[in-house]
Write a protein that binds this ligand. Structure first.
Ligand code: 5GP
Ligand code: ZN
Length: 119
């Protein structure tokens, strides 16, 4: 399950595809979406290849918890306005019917002044 040859997000983690990095630690990598919907549009991914939320098990609980705790901090640091007038959206598309296009688990962290392109 680690670093499939054809996974673009694994290639971004490895530096083989350039990205605008926002944050990195041992487990997580965060970068700007290439086609932002809104003034702030981050993608937060685990460095380890997990295909989707449908592939998550009990062993991933701490990792997912870290992602959810980090997302609001980065949202504010990257320009989202404070709650409650501001805020942000955390979204994870899963599978074809969930609208997932890249099959490496990622949280979209979207925010900033409206209007947005989508959503
Ligand atoms: P999904 O539809 O799978 O939830 O979202 C995939 C997201 O990845 C899309 O918003 C798309 O714009 C973004 N994306 C796809 N390829 C790249 C890339 O090479 N670099 C960056 N930064 N974002 C990408
Ligand atoms: Zn991957």
């Amino acid at each position: 399950m680690n670093h499939p040859d054809n996974c673009i997000f694994c290639k971004i983690v490895a530096g083989q595809i350039p990205s605008k990095k926002v944050y990195e630690d041992e487990e997580l990598f965060v970068f700007h979406d290439i086609h932002p919907w809104a003034p702030v549009h981050l993608l937060m991914i685990p460095k380890a290849h997990i295909a989707s939320m449908a592939h998550v098990g009990d062993e991933h609980a701490a990792l997912l918890g870290r992602m959810m705790v980090l997302a609001p901090k980065l949202a504010l640091a990257q320009g989202c306005n404070p709650y409650p007038e501001g805020g942000f959206r955390i979204m994870t598309n899963t599978g074809a019917e969930g609208g997932q296009e890249v099959h490496h688990l990622h949280l979209h962290v979207i925010g900033g002044a409206r209007p947005w392109l989508k959503g």
